[in-house]
Design a protein around this ligand. Structure first.
Ligand SMILES: Cc1cc2nc3c(=O)[nH]c(=O)nc-3n(C[C@H](O)[C@H](O)[C@H](O)COP(=O)(O)OP(=O)(O)OC[C@H]3O[C@@H](n4cnc5c(N)ncnc54)[C@H](O)[C@@H]3O)c2cc1C
Length: 379
């Protein structure tokens, strides 16, 4: 532990708002460095929202550092290639020069992080909604309770109350395309001939813009992302308009039929948030609270986890919490900013439809190794 002045003879205390991927990672990493950590979750239970998720080398290295990698690898999947189709014809197959990547259900990743948080002794409180924070290190809960901390972490997602209570300057906007995300049974044997273990990014621009990101998570579960412009009432309809999707992607009918049964399906647009700063006094914002981004490069959670873990590194090395937060933002934020900008550009231009778009620039965040603090891939 570094020379950060302690407010008492006890261990340093962190109050973390939000038990998503960012908050859980921050809580575990701080606890591993000797902090007392209380993690506040607004919901009545700990659960992941959404369907599936891609993690890359950067996020997988964080999982290794926080001791959750083995659990995540078991029951997740690395496809042989990331294939892109246009009008149902293959245009590219990418292997990222061997860069590690993985697909899993969000539930699977979340469970592994919750398990690890409990193992290392994070105190987790559910039904504990944060409504405000101040720069001196106080977190106010919805109940009126005010908690003190040497550090406050706002990891309360895109609608962050911690952030909004502190008056950060922010730009926020949403995309014109959106997505329905679902987990359905694989049904691989019913899909006919094809390389169904691949990720297949299926783009169609004619007669309508509709895309399916086909992502196997494991031998039983398939993550489907069904993208359509918000202006398309049938493509954006939930529960799924089976006819309009099967017409465009008939070979996926067995999986789409399962998807159409899911009453809980949601159509989400992508939010982007850009702040003047991620820190104020003793408060740090991590994850979507700080930098919600379009998912084109599948890096929102990856960057969130890298940033949450990196925060614990700076706190272990600097002389004050304020110095640590400032050095943390200076060193780590540029990678996320570039990723957020390129991901937004890709989403706006539907660039991934061209195939072979995972260029070195597009993979910059993915190639970052937060443990060694270098771009370690390819070696
Ligand atoms: C369509 C789509 C696909 C994506 N795909 C990928 C992908 O493949 N790979 C990737 O890396 N990223 C992906 N992302 C981005 C990723 O989902 C997010 O960046 C990531 O989940 C953010 O995690 P978080 O912990 O910051 O926020 P959240 O996941 O939103 O978690 C916030 C947590 O805080 C809780 N909370 C909220 N308010 C309060 C409060 N006031 N007090 C206490 N608790 C509170 C919430 O209940 C929740 O548990 C995708 C995003 C979208 C929209």
């Amino acid at each position: 532990m570094a020379n950060i002045n302690k407010t008492s003879g006890n261990a340093l205390r962190a109050q973390v708002a939000g038990a998503g991927f960012a908050g859980l990672t921050a809580a575990i990493a701080l606890r591993q460095n000797g902090w007392d950590v209380t993690l506040h979750e607004r919901d009545s239970e700990l659960r992941a929202f959404g369907a599936g998720i891609y993690l890359w080398h950067n996020g997988l290295r964080v999982l290794e550092a926080v001791g959750a990698l083995d659990d995540v690898l078991l029951g997740s999947h690395t496809p042989p290639t990331y294939e892109t189709w246009m009008q149902n014809k293959s245009v590219s197959k990418e292997t990222f020069n061997g860069l590690p990547w993985r697909i899993m259900t969000r539930r699977h990743l979340h469970n592994a992080l919750v398990k690890r948080a409990k193992e290392v002794g994070v105190e987790i409180r559910v039904n504990s909604e944060a409504v405000a924070a101040d720069a001196d290190g106080r977190l106010t809960l919805q109940t009126g309770e005010v908690l003190e901390g040497d550090l406050i972490v706002g990891a309360d997602g895109v609608g962050s109350k911690v952030r909004d209570s502190l008056g950060f300057e922010q730009d926020r906007w949403v995309s014109t395309d959106g997505i329905i995300r679902l987990i359905v049974p694989r049904k691989k044997e019913e899909l006919g001939d094809g390389e169904w273990d691949n990720t297949i990014d299926m783009w169609n621009f004619e007669p309508r813009v509709q895309r399916i990101l086909y992502s196997p998570c494991n031998k039983d579960e398939l993550y489907l992302g069904l993208m359509a412009p918000a202006a398309d009432p049938r493509g954006s309809r939930v529960p799924l308009d089976l006819e309009v999707w099967v017409e465009m992607f008939p070979f996926l009918e067995p999986c789409l039929s399962e998807a159409a049964k899911l009453e809980s399906a949601r159509y989400d647009k992508y939010a982007t948030t850009k702040l003047d700063s991620w820190v104020k006094g003793k408060v740090a914002l991590v994850g979507d609270a700080a930098h919600a981004m379009c998912p084109a490069l599948a890096q929102g959670a990856g960057c969130a986890m890298v940033n949450a873990f990196s925060l614990s590194q700076d706190l272990a090395e600097q002389n004050s919490v304020e110095d640590a937060l400032s050095s943390w933002e200076n060193r780590i934020r540029p990678i996320t900013d570039r990723c957020q900008a390129l991901s937004g550009e890709y989403a706006a231009n539907r660039s991934l439809s061209r195939g072979n778009m995972f260029t070195p620039a597009a993979l910059e965040a993915a190639r970052y190794d937060p443990i060694r603090r270098v771009y370690s891939w390819p070696q």
